[in-house]
Design a protein around this ligand. Sequence first.
Ligand code: C5P
Length: 218
Amino acid sequence: SKPLIITIDGPAGAGKTTVSKALSTRLGCIYVDTGALYRGVAYEIQRCNFNIERTAEIEDFLSGIELNLKMEKDGLHLYSLSQDITDYIRTPEITMLASSVSAMPAVREKLLGIQRSIAEFNDAVFEGRDMGTIVFPDADYKFFLYADLEIRARRRYSETDKKEQTLDEVAASMAVRDKNDSSRSEAPLKPAADAVMVDSTHMNVEDVVEKMMAHIVF
Ligand code: C5P
């Protein structure tokens, strides 16, 4: 039978990764953090000093990039060819660059293929910005997880151990990314028409997971 696909979309810091992880544990399936793939492309662009204004050369550049997500004991790891780049993709610079890079159609096209191929053989929770709208329009269950900006910024700030940014900087950077992600013409951040809306402003992780589980029938 065809794999079970659950999608969770929403703005930065809404708790998508934490909730996806917990939900996948409950369901005994994998979870896929698609933002990590965009961060991986951003990492390679920075490492190779590729000028993103050179749009005519982007496809060539992308064809040389091979990203792989692997589930390991301590969580999801991202590999670029054989290098584990998991620890390098969460810096403020890569975070911002990922947001710019994600507006490029060639980048989205490449990552779309990777995401769909994972779903061919695995039951999975996919989290990102366009999972329910573009990548998996026929997903079995779709959720849109959001929360007030201030709450999202506080959560993100408290969960980063290396404080490279102040709380206000985290909030400002999130606001810019949300705006970029929602206003781009290619696969903008927005709820799918058939997504269940979940406002996590006043909910903890367990509550959110319970609420989602209540929608999932076997
Ligand atoms: O989810 P995360 O914040 O790690 O994603 C980093 C960036 O990647 C987002 O700001 C967004 O621009 C982009 N992204 C996207 N589509 C996805 C997942 C992430 O455009 N499905």
